[in-house]
Ligand binder design. Structure first.
Ligand code: SF4
Length: 522
């Protein structure tokens, strides 16, 4: 029987079918954990709400927009303050968050005029920003405020502005995933096709979808596309521009990263505009190389992709292998929110040598779990929508060397002195791209071997630290059992990139490729 019953959840019998152990040769297609269901009363979930999924995950990474929440102030702060969805326009979207600050009197008497006043005030405060997204919350949905009507009134009064409305209150689904779906569909219904692209500069034009520029991931991937002569018409939505996203209908191909949060708009773009969808993966040497090859194959420019793959692999492989030698056999609980469990499960094992002893998802669907389980090690524990006590019990049983997760379960791990990396906001990202993957390996290495974790097990008030042993460095810890030839290798080396690897990308110039029409005319 592959289902796993947690001791701490015996009093919630419905939890039994939400955890599975991957046993040898077991057919998990008949025993996947249940997923994407309402959280069972009695279990304290780590999920976010559907408003959070719409605004904080997908809407707010857009960089040239005032993001306005129509509701109590707490909705707009919660979780946004730790996001690292940066942009190349001085992080406007991270610096400010806007809310109508609904109070009890607004619930009783209505808050439409409050919304209108706030929208106009925000546009006046930031006269250079002419675009706005407005998000419904539980409070404004329950009293029936008509956000669309108010948005139209504001657009009529201020003809140079454009407003997008997302009706995805907190209760619009079992988790943030419900909000992902709602905003995908709302965007294509309201905005796609309402402007034409500023300029088409290439024969190969893509929308880059489901990419949120966490610590610069989008900018790293954009570099590869530009080197291939592929134009990114829009990015949905990290570092993305509102008006570029209104012109998504003119791309030749939708290149999709996070299928969990953004496959819906890709599927609609295919149905309504005939634009094909191609799923890719920017994490890991092999998956990233294959992804660039697939895009290149679609456009018939394979040699351009291969040149990048060869150059980047030669530059970064010795550094990845330095970390792999020191991480092999380390146990990890891979506990991100959704799709990273299957983006990472196999490739961190193959390319960094770590063993995935558990996967979990907070808002993933059964399909995400199916892919994640198929890619992790035998014996791994797969958990859907875990609660804090289950996480603790799993860590005490599995004894991982590290966990990759969000800040809330990360805090729990710290309490029992298990190092954690923030799988949502990263530590020293970007983690996409060849260099990014080495940065990820370096973060894992630093977390596992940090002397701080050794020290945290001691009670320093009792002077227990032996004073005669000196300071133990990471190398002394990680290299102790390595063979001589690996320890003293002249080819392997630690990360040699810069602390800020984005600055140079933002000022880089790219070759121009001859257009097909120009070649024919010439
Ligand atoms: S569940 Fe409702 S009230 Fe709570 S944060 Fe989400 S939108 Fe706001």
């Amino acid at each position: 029987m592959p289902y796993h019953e947690f001791e701490c959840s015996k009093c919630i019998p419905e939890r039994k079918k939400h955890a599975v152990v991957k046993g040898p040769g077991e057919d998990l297609t008949s025993a996947l954990p249940l997923g994407y269901l309402n959280t069972i009363p009695g279990t304290i979930s780590e999920r976010g709400c559907a408003y959070c999924g719409a605004k904080h995950v997908i809407g707010s990474p857009m960089k040239d927009v005032i993001h306005m929440s129509h509701g109590p102030i707490g909705c707009t702060y919660d979780t946004w303050q730790t996001k690292r969805y940066i942009s190349d326009n001085d992080n406007f979207q991270l610096k400010y968050t806007f809310a109508t600050d609904m109070k009890e009197k607004h619930v009783v008497f209505g808050a439409e005029q409050l919304l209108k006043k706030n929208m106009i005030e925000a546009f006046k405060a930031f006269p250079n920003i002419k675009r706005m997204t407005v998000y419904q919350t539980c409070a404004s949905a329950l009293i029936g405020d008509d956000l669309n009507a108010i948005a139209q009134e504001v657009m009529d009064e201020l003809p140079d502005v454009d407003v997008f409305v997302c009706n995805s209150p907190g209760f619009a689904g079992p988790s943030q995933s419900g909000g992902h779906h709602k905003i995908n569909i709302a965007w294509i219904n309201q905005k796609v096709g309402t402007v034409e692209p500023k300029e088409i500069t290439s024969d190969y034009v893509i929308n880059y979808v489901g990419e949120y520029n966490i610590q610069g991931d989008q900018e790293v991937m954009q570099d590869f596309f530009k080197r291939m002569g592929v134009q990114i018409l829009s990015t949905f939505t990290g570092n993305g521009s509102y008006d570029d996203l209104r012109a998504m209908h003119r791309a030749h191909l939708n290149v999709l990263e996070c299928a969990r949060s953004a496959e819906y708009i890709c599927n609609e773009l295919r149905v309504r505009y005939g634009i094909p969808r191609l799923d890719i993966d920017g994490f890991g040497f092999e998956p990233l190389g294959n992804s660039l090859r697939k895009i290149a194959l679609f456009f018939g420019i394979e040699e351009r992709a291969q040149a990048i793959i060869d150059e980047e692999t030669a530059r970064w492989k010795p550094e990845l292998d330095w970390y792999k030698a020191r991480l092999t056999g380390k146990k990890v609980c891979l506990w991100p929110g959704g799709s990273k469990l299957w983006h990472w499960a196999h490739v961190i094992h193959e390319e960094m040598g770590v063993d995935v002893v558990s996967v979990y998802t907070k808002f993933g669907h059964q399909g995400d779990m199916e892919k994640g389980i198929s890619r992790c090690e035998e014996g791994a524990l797969a958990i859907d929508d875990p609660n804090e006590l289950e996480g603790l019990e799993a860590m005490e049983t599995l004894k991982p060397d590290i966990i990759f997760t969000g800040k809330r379960p990360g805090e729990v791990a710290k309490k029992i002195r298990v190092p954690y990396l923030n799988a949502h906001g990263y530590h020293n990202g970007p983690w996409k791209g060849w260099e990014g993957w080495v940065r990820f390996a370096r973060d894992i290495y630093n977390a596992i071997y940090s002397p701080l974790h050794e020290l945290s097990k001691l009670d320093i008030s009792k002077d227990e630290i032996p004073g005669d042993k000196g300071f133990v460095t990471q190398r002394m810890l990680s290299d102790a059992n390595l063979p001589e030839e690996v320890r003293n290798s002249t080819t392997l080396r630690e990360y040699t990139g810069k602390f800020d690897c984005l600055e140079a990308l933002r000022h880089k110039t790219y070759p121009t490729f001859e257009r097909k029409a120009a070649a024919v005319a010439g």
